[in-house]
Design a protein around this ligand. Structure first.
Ligand SMILES: Nc1ncnc2c1ncn2[C@@H]1O[C@H](COP(=O)(O)OP(=O)(O)OP(=O)(O)O)[C@@H](O)[C@H]1O
Ligand SMILES: [Mg+2]
Length: 394
């Protein structure tokens, strides 16, 4: 097992477009690192450069402390699992898993021991004699993983391994991959465009946008301290509310109420500016469900709910509001880039499921203003700046 280090990695394809643009990332030995971002942001390109299937235009890639830019894929001792996991249809599960060992001309006895150990781990023992066509999608996925694991690689690289599976199976496989990685402790780099997968699997998550690394941090850090509007909008479902905010006399005017400026932001620098305020749906509540102690941390306000959605264990309320053209255009552009219809100018509030707030009638809400972020609408940057990055997973 080995640490993987990327220093100023650039990839330009034939047309000169930088698909990966100056990415530096240190992946610790045994760490589960996620690469996430919308389609075309360079995730697969980055992974393919690590594994050696794609040349690196410039920068340094090291594995286990050794520079490997010029090493052939085989010599890098990495195991990759692709989206279309390409099993050999004419081979049994046993021979599919054994394939890399056969290539390495290992003796039959060693092959048998290793395949059985992996089959045990992946609960494939009773399927070893079958052909891939006789397996479910999840089982096939496990065979593909078995083939990666059996090689005892320095690291596992996954490129959207679950995207061909249905939602339920994806959830199951996610838990399995997580359990397996903890058990094996193998350095893992995992590409996905699904923020739920990213948040649940990763020790740390690297968010990419158009080939540029935006933020690499623990899931909690990304959720609580996004460095910019892009990360704020991408992480979290339903997405963070992005509201127009004007700073006047050191206070922040939002569409529904006026609140104190968050700590860590220089009121003088923000004075008079039109900004974007970020507040997650979960930082709001029906005021009737907020106790006195908590109430002081935030602000109550009145608003009329347009639509409510009750889902049993959660409840959402939607409140439309007006947004000035400048902010609206920015948020619309982001919504298009992230493919998120939910970013329309409407406040999404996560309510206590017991709340009886009614559609079409004014109601009292509460918002935890201590959680509010302020972003510069032009640059997208969080005004609170960049915090010290997490060097290691917790
Ligand atoms: N062989 C290639 N030649 C030229 N451009 C390429 C090539 N492969 C990828 N690109 C471009 O590089 C950029 C990054 O592509 P990449 O496949 O890494 O994205 P991705 O993040 O994996 O996207 P997806 O989520 O759709 O798989 C895209 O703009 C893509 O069009
Ligand atoms: Mg890809």
């Amino acid at each position: 097992m080995a640490a993987i280090s990327l220093k100023n990695i650039v990839k330009r394809y034939g047309d000169g477009y930088p698909a990966v643009n100056d990415v530096s990332l240190d992946i610790a030995d045994g760490e589960f690192m996620i690469l996430v971002g919308p389609s075309g942001c360079g995730k697969s390109t980055l992974l393919r450069m690590i594994v050696g299937l794609e040349d690196i235009t410039s920068g340094d890639l090291s594995i286990g402390g050794r520079r490997v830019n010029e090493l052939a894929p085989r010599e890098r001792k990495l195991a990759m699992v692709f989206q279309n996991y390409a099993l050999y249809p004419h081979l049994t599960v046993y021979e599919n898993i054994a394939f890399p060992l056969r290539l390495a001309k290992q003796p039959d006895e060693t092959v048998r021991e290793k395949v059985e150990k992996v089959a045990e781990l992946l609960e494939l023992k009773e399927h070893l004699h079958r052909k891939p066509s006789q397996l479910s999608g999840g089982q096939r996925q496990r065979v593909a993983m078995g083939r990666a694991i059996v090689r005892e690689a320095e690291a596992f690289l996954f490129d959207e391994p679950l995207s061909n599976l249905d939602a339920k199976l994806r959830g199951q496989m996610r838990t399995e991959i997580s359990r397996l990685q903890r058990r094996l402790g193998t350095t893992t780099v995992y590409v996905t465009h699904d923020q739920t997968e990213a948040m649940t699997l990763g020790d740390r998550v690297a968010v990419l946008r158009k080939g540029v690394l935006q933020q690499c941090a623990t899931p909690r850090e990304l959720y609580e301290h996004p460095v910019n509007l892009f990360v704020a909008g991408f992480i979290g479902a339903p997405p963070m509310n992005l509201l127009p905010a004007t700073v006047t006399n050191g206070k922040v005017e939002l569409p529904f109420c006026t609140v104190p400026i968050p700590s860590g932001i220089d009121p003088a620098a923000a004075e008079g500016k039109l900004l974007v305020a970020g507040l997650r749906p979960g930082h709001f509540e029906d005021a009737a469900y907020v106790d006195a102690a908590k109430r002081n941390r935030g602000q109550t306000f009145e608003a009329t709910v347009d639509v409510t959605e009750w889902l049993g264990n959660e409840q959402y309320a939607y409140v439309p509001y007006e947004s000035p053209e400048e902010i609206r255009a920015q948020v619309d552009a982001l919504a298009t880039e992230l493919d998120m219809e939910a970013m329309r100018p409407q406040l999404i509030i996560s309510l206590d499921p017991a709340s009886r707030i009614k559609e079409g009638r004014p109601a009292q809400f509460w918002v935890d203003t201590s959680r509010m972020h302020l972003f510069n609408p032009q640059t997208g940057n969080n005004l609170a700046g960049q915090r010290e990055p997490d060097t290691q997973p917790a």
